[in-house]
Structure formats: structure tokens, C-alpha cells
Write a protein that binds this ligand. Structure first.
Ligand code: PMP
Length: 415
């Protein structure tokens, strides 16, 4: 904990990030502290602000909605805002991709979506165990933590729930062991206790786990393995969905249709909490009341979410620019990595990372970048990866400015 609020006469711990300033407002790719100093944002709320801060188009819709007393709250009752969101999601996201999902609002945040997915998979299959992956991150509630592969994140909460087993992610054996050899052997071995998992939960690119990207053919192989062994495939697209890797869904390139998809973070568009669980129609076996919660279906978030889909997903402009900008970031990271032994450029789309052998380096670079007014986080099991995730709406100029600061900050730390 830093002591930024040390002057407050309060016993309440703030648990702030280590950035030693207090932010007051934000616009587009910038946050401003109380003195008005701008900070360029290469963090984007860990993927919750793909369309930038206080996006003016979304703000206009939100203000109109508030002005006419649009906010109604009656748990999950039907509202015009919800209907418009569902129609827009169908028209702009599902239909053009030939995808067919029923939509559940499982609660306000990503972890609620993961919990509903795990519960539903167990209910559908009548099986109990869940397979997750090394270095995965799925959220902070007990079910989600149980499928999270980083023991530090469990924060002393003890061992995971039973029936949750991690398998090696795509990068684990560095191509030295054939894909799924170990996994399949365990599935076939009745003594392993793993012969009838309910589901596999996977991120196509592990954000918190260190910007570890899986290959489309690995995902396809996993999908086939799931089908062969009666396991449901859950893709957790909470951080990498809504265009972070380029396409709206991060699994599109693999050409698969997962059984269940978890979405949150940028789906609300404006940074307002909203989560979705997408369920293949044949798997929609919930009875009324089996998975509920007070803040399912946040109506102001439906308004901004609908507008974000209309603005950014009616055509492929954002997808293409994200891929182009991502390639630019990737090229600069390759250039930096080539100058420092053991450094490695990681990721795809605008989910990028720079990994370092020495686990202290990424944190030091993040601090050096903060001093130069650029916000970047670290990720990976030992925080050894510098995480680079600007809003997708970042301009080319902002991107270049930020990349120059990344260069300078790495240079300052490793010189
Ligand atoms: N899944 C993934 C892949 C995430 O990155 C996160 C959040 N970092 C979550 C789930 C949990 O989302 P939330 O913090 O909104 O509960």
C-alpha cells in the first residue's frame, strides 16, 4: 500500500495501485491528476476502457438517459435499455459472425460470469471437475480463484475448491511436447481422477498470466478434445473480448464456437459494470432463480454498451485499426527486445507485453514510465512482463509518444 492517503484520518486501507498520485478526471487516452498533469494511459482499466475514458459519444447517450429519468432498477425486469442492447448485440455481434447464443446477465462483473459458466457446465453435464490452465486468471471469487493458476492471487484463501485441475497452457512446454499429449493421457487414465471433467475454461490470450498467447490451431485442438470427451468449452473473454486482440471475440481466428463465453470489462463501453454469459441455446438449462443477483443487468451500462456496439462494431474499422496498431506496437517491442538479452516481445492485437528474465525489471520500467507520465501495469506470475494495453481508440500520435516513453524507460532501467 502506498501512503498517498496517509493524511486522511481514516483506518480504512485504500489498497491503491503504486502510482503515487490522485487522479481527478480522464478523457480519451489520458488521465489527469488533481494538479491537471496528463498521464497517457497504456493500461485502459485492464481492458475495461477499450473505447477510451469518458468517450463523448457514449457520454451523450448516458446523459440523455439520466436526464429523462431512464434509470429503473427492478433486478432483472425487462426494460427498453435492455431490449435495445440485446437487439443490437444480436444484429452487430452475433449475426454477422454466424454465432447463436442465449445471453445471461450473471451479475455485475467478470467473476460473476465465470461463476455462472462453471455452475452451468456442472449442471448440464452432471459432472463436477473443471480443467483450467497454468497461469490462468479468472477472477477473485472462490470458484473463479479455483481455476486461477497463480497461487499468489489466492491471497492466502487456501487451496482451491476440489475438482479443479490445471493443465499446461499452449506456451508451457515451448513446443517440446505434442499438444494435449499429457492432457489426453490423463483423460484416458481412469486412475487419474480426471476422466470425466464437466468443462475446460480457457483464455485465448492470458492477460494477467503474462500476455501468453495461444495459437489458433491449439484452440481448435482443445475444442476437438472437448467434443471428443464430452467436456464443455468455456472461453473467458472478459479481458480479451470486445476487440482487444482485433476481432470482437478473441477466439474468432480459431473458427470455433465455444459452448459458453464470458464477457465483461469493455462490454459496458464506458467503464460501467456489466457482464454477460453467452450460452449455446441447447445448453440453456437454468431454471428461474437458479443464478440470480441484485445488480444483474445494469441499465445505464446497457445504454452505453448499445451505443458502443453501434459506433464501433457496425463495420470492421476498429478491428482493422487495432490489428494495424498492434503490429506497430509489436514491431517496436521486438526492436527493444532485440537490444536486451532475454527480453521477449509478446501478445497480439493491442494486448502486448515485454517480458524480462530478471523479475524486477518490468516493475522498474513501469515506475520509470510513470515518472515520464505514461501508465503501464505489469503481469505474469512474478510480475515479470510489462503489459501494454492502450485504449483501442488511441491515436497514432499518442501511440508513438507512448512507445517512445517505453523505449526511454527500458533504456533508463537497463542502461
Ligand atoms: N477473467 C479474466 C480473463 C480477467 O482478466 C478478469 C479481470 N482481470 C476476470 C475474469 C475477473 O473480472 P472482474 O475483475 O470484473 O471480476
Amino acid at each position: 500500500m502506498n501512503d498517498i492517503f496517509a493524511t486522511l484520518e481514516s483506518e480504512v486501507r485504500s489498497y491503491s495501485r503504486t502510482w503515487p498520485t490522485v487522479f481527478d478526471r480522464a478523457r480519451g487516452s489520458y488521465l489527469y491528476d488533481e494538479d491537471g498533469t496528463p498521464y497517457l494511459d497504456f493500461f485502459a482499466g485492464a481492458g475495461a476502457l477499450n473505447y477510451g475514458h469518458n468517450n463523448p459519444v457514449l457520454k451523450k447517450k448516458l446523459l440523455e438517459y439520466l436526464e429523462r429519468d431512464g434509470v429503473t432498477h427492478g433486478l432483472d425486469q425487462s426494460t427498453v435499455a435492455k431490449r435495445q442492447f440485446l437487439e443490437t448485440f444480436q444484429e452487430t455481434v452475433l449475426k454477422p459472425r454466424g454465432l447463436n447464443y442465449k445471453i445471461q446477465f450473471p451479475g455485475p462483473t467478470g467473476t460473476n460470469s465465470v461463476e455462472s459458466a462453471l455452475k452451468l457446465a456442472r449442471k448440464i453435464t452432471g459432472r463436477e471437475s473443471i480443467i483450467s490452465f497454468t497461469n490462468a486468471f479468472h477472477g477473485m471469487t472462490l470458484g473463479s480463484l479455483s481455476v486461477t493458476g497463480n497461487s499468489m492471487k489466492r491471497g492466502g484463501a487456501g487451496i482451491p475448491l476440489v475438482h479443479a485441475t490445471p493443465m499446461p497452457y499452449d506456451d508451457y512446454f515451448d513446443g517440446q511436447v505434442p499438444d494435449f499429449l499429457y492432457f489426453e493421457k490423463m483423460l484416458e487414465d481412469s486412475g487419474s481422477g480426471l476422466n470425466e471433467p464437466a468443462a475446460v475454461i480457457v483464455e485465448t490470450l492470458q492477460g494477467e498470466g503474462g500476455i501468453n498467447s495461444s495459437r489458433p490451431e491449439w484452440l481448435r485442438g482443445l475444442y476437438e478434445l472437448c467434443q471428443k470427451h464430452g467436456m464443455l468449452m468455456i472461453v473467458d473473454d472478459v479481458q480479451m473480448g470486445c476487440g482487444r486482440t482485433g476481432p470482437f471475440f478473441s477466439f474468432e481466428e480459431a473458427g470455433i464456437q465455444p459452448d459458453i463465453v464470458c464477457l465483461s470489462k469493455s462490454i459496458g463501453g464506458y467503464g460501467l459494470p456489466l457482464a454477460l454469459t453467452l450460452i449455446k441455446p441447447e445448453h440453456d438449462v437454468w431454471e428461474p432463480g437458479e443464478h440470480n443477483g441484485t445488480f444483474r443487468g445494469n441499465n445505464p451500462a446497457f445504454v452505453t454498451a448499445t451505443e458502443a456496439l453501434r459506433q464501433y462494431w457496425s463495420d470492421d474499422t476498429l478491428e482493422k485499426s487495432t490489428i494495424a496498431k498492434g503490429e506497430r506496437v509489436g514491431a517496436v517491442l521486438e526492436e527493444i527486445a532485440s537490444q536486451h538479452k532475454g527480453a521477449v516481445a509478446k501478445g497480439r492485437g493491442l494486448a502486448r507485453g515485454l517480458g524480462f528474465e530478471d523479475t524486477d525489471v518490468a516493475g522498474k520500467v513501469s515506475k520509470a514510465a510513470f515518472d515520464r507520465k505514461l501508465l503501464m501495469e505489469t503481469s505474469g506470475p512474478s510480475s515479470e512482463v510489462l503489459k501494454i494495453m492502450p485504449p483501442l481508440t488511441v491515436s497514432d500520435d499518442e501511440l508513438e509518444q507512448g512507445l517512445q516513453i517505453v523505449r526511454d524507460s527500458v533504456q533508463a532501467v537497463l542502461a
